[in-house]
Design a protein around this ligand. Structure first.
Ligand SMILES: NC(=O)c1ccc[n+]([C@@H]2O[C@H](COP(=O)([O-])OP(=O)(O)OC[C@H]3O[C@@H](n4cnc5c(N)ncnc54)[C@H](OP(=O)(O)O)[C@@H]3O)[C@@H](O)[C@H]2O)c1
Length: 251
């Protein structure tokens, strides 16, 4: 018998970049399931507005000021979450930056650095800081929000539109995140580390959010289907996998 069957306390989740877009919708859906949601937002005003909205709908949501590019902010966020709970069941590393989609010939190391700071070093900062709280859970899960463009199989497929999207920073940052996640999964079998893309790779669809000027074909509810799937996997669930809402994504 696990402590979850003897201890009815709700599942706890921290979502980074949850003041809008996919992160906010994941917070809404998990909050509606009765989970205790720690809503990460680098801007307190935007974060509080999101918390107020979800709280008005009856969810248990706490604002966590959190800029994933700042060690100090991540440390303060960990202290704040620890004031509310002695364990974190699920961490969703969702915060992401698209960069400026500079042509490769024009791209500088500075351009890449800014994007990597959010998309690669950010999840590492947050995961590292929250490992002790995750380890205190019976079934800790880390969900990494990647992208179809982080897949070598996708960007080298001439049938995929992104094969012609000439860009260095964003796609390579998500490819790095994929490798980081696989390496965590191998080294820390007691924690499930899985990746998702909020699109439908085979159908070349992505989710309409501010990040893409709302040009995506999927709603945020559809785009968060794999968030919910990976956040709710059981103790016998997978680790080190990469999925979209339709199934596995090729590396
Ligand atoms: N939409 C898609 O189809 C799609 C496809 C592939 C991957 N993704 C990934 O999905 C994730 C969510 O993106 P979205 O589409 O929901 O875009 P979005 O609506 O623009 O949301 C991005 C979120 O990340 C936050 N953020 C950015 N930098 C941050 C930082 N340094 N610290 C903390 N939070 C930060 C933003 O906060 P502010 O509001 O303060 O800017 C915002 O809350 C990203 O990782 C993105 O790469 C999306």
């Amino acid at each position: 018998m696990t402590s979850h069957t003897t201890n009815p306390t709700p599942t706890t989740v921290l979502i980074t970049g949850a003041n809008k877009g996919l992160g906010l919708e994941a917070a809404r859906r998990l909050g509606a399931m009765g989970w205790t949601v720690f809503l990460g937002s680098r801007d307190t005003g935007r974060g509080q507005a999101a918390v107020d909205k979800l709280t008005a709908d009856g969810a248990n949501v706490t604002l966590v000021p959190l800029d994933v590019t700042s060690n100090e902010s991540v440390a303060a966020a960990e202290r704040l979450v620890r004031e509310h709970t002695d364990r974190l069941d699920v961490l969703i590393n969702n915060a992401g930056a698209p960069g400026h989609f500079v042509a490769p010939a024009e791209a500088t190391a500075e351009e890449l650095h800014g994007v990597y700071d959010t998309n690669v070093y950010g999840p590492v900062r947050v995961t590292h800081a929250f490992l002790p709280l995750l380890r205190a859970s019976d079934n800790p899960r880390v969900v990494m929000v990647s992208s179809g463009v982080g897949s070598f199989a996708v960007v080298t497929d001439p049938e995929q539109n992104v094969a012609k999207l000439h860009e260095l920073a964003y796609s390579s940052s998500k490819a790095a995140l994929n490798m980081v996640t696989v390496r965590y999964a191998q080294a820390l079998p007691e924690i499930k580390f899985n990746l998702l893309t909020p699109g439908e790779v085979v159908n070349k669809k992505f989710t309409a959010t501010d990040m893409n000027g709302h040009r995506g074909q999927l709603t945020v509810t559809e785009g968060t289907d794999p968030f919910i799937e990976l956040a709710t996997i059981g103790a016998d669930g997978p680790t080190g996998t990469f999925i979209d809402r339709l199934g596995p994504v090729a590396w």
